[in-house]
Design a binder for this molecule. Structure first.
Ligand code: NAI
Length: 264
């Protein structure tokens, strides 16, 4: 009887001591679409969310929504395509909070054209915005994550980066590059408690896909197992899991959240 009684008394104290600190989560492209849904979801899951986009105005709206729901958020206006300034911004976030636990590289752009017509400028801006920015942020975040022996890195790729897509050489190359980058980071940092994974969305209803002709949307949904476009919340749910404390054994993976379009 005695050992059981002692366990009953000790258990609540042990639980209290192992509660994790509030996680600091940085989400790029948080002003709208998928990034906004990720930010709202992580805030609901008790993370302090640092919202990043180019301009403060729309980010402040998201911050207000989070605060009205009882969550915590702050705002950083930065151009992630400006590698030097962006790296400094990530370092400043880690310095300010004394930690950086979760990094979601979500912001991205498209500049579509057939390869033969694609300009160097459109190639370069998509690579720097969609791929180089993620590398730069990861490099800046790795040190504070390793120091705390905890980190969750998520790169938002695309099914275009997994299977390719005509008219998107720049975008598919950048999104595919994120997969190689993620696997490498997973191998380099796994021993330090830091995981890195890719979420590859299929067709999601946001500003990015808003102007697609209805015929294209019908074709795509017809090819999907679930027969509907995805929502930003579908992606946010996957990000919530891979960034959770309990997902420490999941790393280097590409999870296609695409309604069964590619089954990658
Ligand atoms: P969106 O166009 O609605 O939002 C993009 C966000 O990134 C905005 O907040 C924008 O301000 C920010 N952003 C763009 N360039 C930036 C820069 N230089 N500096 C700072 N912020 C910048 O896009 P959406 O649809 O929400 O997509 C989010 C991510 O998901 C992107 O990486 C996109 O490639 C990816 N994705 C989206 C799919 C879709 O069907 N919507 C499908 C597959 C992937």
């Amino acid at each position: 009887m005695a050992p059981c009684a002692r366990f009953l008394i000790a258990a609540p104290i042990t639980l209290a001591m192992t509660t994790s600190p509030q996680r600091i989560a940085l989400v790029t492209g948080a002003s709208r679409g998928i990034g906004k849904a990720i930010a709202l979801r992580l805030a609901k899951d008790q993370r302090h969310v640092v919202l990043v986009s180019r301009t403060e105005g729309p980010l402040n709206d998201v911050r207000h929504a989070i605060e009205q729901g009882g969550g915590q958020a702050s705002v950083v206006a930065a151009d992630i395509a400006d590698a030097k300034a962006w790296a400094a911004a990530v370092e400043a976030v880690a310095d300010k909070h004394g930690r950086l636990d979760i990094l979601v590289n979500n912001a991205g752009i498209t500049k579509d054209n057939l390869s033969l017509r694609m300009t160097d400028e459109d190639w370069n801006v998509v690579i720097s915005t969609n791929l180089t920015s993620a590398f730069v942020a990861i490099r800046a975040a790795a040190r504070p994550m390793m120091k705390n022996r905890f980190g969750r890195i998520v790169n938002i790729s695309s099914t275009s980066g997994v299977v390719g897509n005509a008219g998107q050489a720049n975008y598919a190359a950048a999104k595919s590059g994120l997969i190689g980058l993620t696997k490498t980071i997973a191998r380099e940092l796994g021993g330090k408690g830091v995981t890195a994974n890719v979420i590859a969305p299929g067709f999601i209803e946001t500003d990015m896909t808003h102007n697609l002709p209805q015929q294209v949307k019908d074709q795509v949904t017809g090819a999907m197992a679930v027969k509907r476009l995805g929502t930003p919340e579908d992606i946010a749910a996957a990000v919530a899991y891979v960034t959770s404390d309990e997902a420490g054994f999941l790393t280097g993976q590409t999870i296609c959240v695409d309604g069964g379009l590619t089954m990658c």
